[in-house]
Design a protein around this ligand. Sequence first.
Ligand code: ARG
Length: 267
Amino acid sequence: MCPPEHFGVLYEINPWMHREVLVDADRAREQWANLKATLEQAGAEIEVLEAAPDQPDIVFTANAGIVNGRQFVPSRFMHPEREGEVPFDVAWFEQHGFTVDRLPDHVHHEGAGDALPFGNVLLSGYRFRSDAASHAYLSRLTGAAVRSVELADERLYHLDLTFCPLDGRRAIVAPDGWDRYGRRVVEALVPELLVLDGDDALAFCANSVVVGSNVIMPSCPPTVGRQLEAWGFDVAVCDVSEFLKAGGACRCLTLALDVTLGPQGAR
Ligand code: ARG
């Protein structure tokens, strides 16, 4: 995670961002600290990346890149506004003993914001922030089997706004965010789906962090909470309203470091 020291809505690169909306810096700091404490209570160990001046969105560490064991593949951002984050992300991973492997510079991919492992597959979204062409390179670099899903709603511009793996069998999903073929890909991959309706998807309910049997969510409608509890999960809600102003929520504010992708051909 990266603290919101220089966070703000300073440009507009997704439909949620409006420069005239002010971020309350103190509230942002409190909400971030509360999210961090909640994740720690759930059993997570948090590494902190120092905030960088002039990089308001670096708080959204999900977009730093792809982690695979001790390998790190930094993002190639779609918008130049975020490209300045990359050297800071790369420096952190190098200092922590990761091997850094880069995508070719003509393709875009926004890291764990657009790619989440499920079983032995890396499910990756494309269209608004990542190119479909990046998936083959990602697969070549990491050795993972990548399955592509085309995103269909500009407001759900990253895969992690539409897909939240819970365990080996289940995921929270917002199929409104995918095209018809993408829905079929996910249905074939995930045995049990918790389907969000349109409003819950737009409240970023899928942008949740799973730590063991704990699900940390930006909001949780009763029907969703009941299903999660019936499956044995404990739900914690963390208010991240200041970050919603930039189009991000709980999961965007984190990057899982304990990820090892399944090899190609594994079943
Ligand atoms: N303002 C950021 C952007 O538009 C928000 C990033 C949200 N991150 C995510 N993983 N969904 O790039």
